[in-house]
Design a protein around this ligand. Structure first.
Ligand code: CAA
Length: 379
């Protein structure tokens, strides 16, 4: 059993950290305030090969593996969680289903430009009446001639409007329940495919979540991913991997909260001594450090399992559940340690606590993760 990263992974972590410190830390508060999508820095991430870290070179990727990708999301999110989710959704929720279920033509047409960073990806599952109950989709895809005609809408879609390529789930056969759902690749600019409301959010405000609207949107039959009826399985297995990415995002947020809490508690003098000398503060720091280490082991283990082609659905859910709840607890404690300063926007912990919350919700709430873990444990 190996508890340290390989020299290759240490080197990559240093590279991701240096990039994040130099490029993301300076703009994180600003994009949080303005909700501007950071096109420039996402372009820089693409130029450095971040957008296809785990995928083979023949498909435009960096062939660095899942653990390297998870280290990138962790380090990027330590600096700016908005960039973290932009990357995670692109790699895990758009590139991966095309890599796993796409045919050669689809990989050449879509995965290569996505993984090489020329295009950005998104994933369309959630609808107003289909959140946790992902099987309750109402978006329809009807086969007509050589095309599918899509009608319906999706909400809360990360990278919506910005992304060029969307993996979208729709009902092809309403009589077949879960087996009547299919996945499609839809390109931005397809007639009948438009974008609705852009959400104004509590956190991750530098990332974009929008509505997708399909009105008689005709897409070629070649854009069906896998077979008709595979869509629910494609979505669920895609989310298994996505949850490791969100676990890594949460880990980065939690790590940043700990570092801020340590720094501030050593600087802040009350009663003629640093507040870090107080046991009440030390216990909070101890709990944060312990939980973050535990979360890190869970997240890295899930990434390792995926990279080594072993089952990882339950472990990904455990990683996401524990890391996201750790991020919430750690950022909450960091704000508490900062006292009144933690409540104002000049201090980073205020943003960290708002950013942490969504990690307990998207790509399956904590309750969904517990359902997945319980289901696998009781099986
Ligand atoms: N892998 C493979 N197959 C799976 C699977 C998985 N992980 N999970 C379920 N399935 C299969 C089951 O084996 C079953 O197949 P059979 O019928 O052949 O036996 C079938 O799917 C149905 O399984 P369930 O009965 O467990 O399905 P369910 O309808 O009860 O739903 C659920 C289970 C876990 C609640 C699921 O709906 C779920 O994960 N919901 C949460 C959805 C979610 O995470 N949404 C996130 C949106 S994307 C996002 O947030 C992106 C972003 O912006 C960052």
């Amino acid at each position: 059993m190996e508890f340290s990263l390989s020299p290759k992974h240490e080197m990559l972590r240093t590279m991701y950290r240096e990039f994040s410190e130099k490029e993301l830390v300076p703009i994180a508060a600003q994009i949080d305030e303005t909700m501007e999508f950071p096109f420039e820095t996402v372009k820089k991430m693409a130029e450095l090969g971040f957008m296809g870290i785990p995928y083979p070179k023949e498909y435009g990727g960096a062939a660095a593996g899942d653990l390297a990708y998870i280290l990138a999301v962790e380090e990027i999110s330590r600096a700016c969680a908005s960039h973290g989710v932009t990357l995670s959704v692109h790699i895990s929720l758009c590139c991966w289903p095309i890599y796993k279920y796409g045919n050669q033509a689809q990989k050449e047409k879509y995965l290569i430009p996505l993984a090489s960073g020329k295009k950005l990806g998104a994933f369309g599952l959630t609808e107003p009446n289909a959140g946790t109950d992902a099987s309750g989709l109402q978006t329809r895809a009807v086969f007509d001639g050589d095309e599918y005609v899509l009608n319906g809408s999706k909400i809360f879609i990360t990278n919506g409007g910005i992304a060029d390529v969307y993996v979208v789930q729709a009902v092809t056969d309403p009589g077949k329940g879960l087996k009547g759902i299919s996945s499609f690749i839809v390109e931005k600019g397809t007639p009948g495919f438009t974008f609705g409301k852009k959400e104004n959010k509590m956190g991750i405000r530098g990332s974009v979540q929008t509505e997708l609207i399909f009105q008689d949107c005709r897409i070629p039959k070649e854009n069906l991913l896998g077979q008709e009826g595979d869509g629910f399985k494609i979505a669920m297995t895609t989310l298994d991997g996505g949850r490791i990415g969100i676990g890594a995002q949460a880990l980065g947020i939690a790590q940043a909260a700990l570092e801020e809490a340590v720094k501030y508690s050593k600087e802040r003098i009350q009663f003629n001594k640093p507040i870090a000398n107080n046991q009440a503060i030390q216990w909070m720091i101890a709990d944060m450090a312990t939980e973050i280490d535990a979360a890190r082991f869970l997240v890295y283990r899930a990434a390792w399992l995926k990279e080594n082609n072993k089952p990882y659905s339950k472990e990904a859910a455990m990683a996401k559940l524990f890391a996201s709840e750790t991020a919430m607890r750690a950022s909450h404690k960091a704000v508490q340690i900062h006292g009144g300063y933690g409540f104002i926007k000049e201090y980073r912990v205020e943003r960290l606590m708002r950013d942490a919350k969504i990690t307990e919700i998207y790509e399956g709430t904590s309750e969904v993760q517990r359902m997945v873990i319980a289901g696998a444990t009781l099986k």
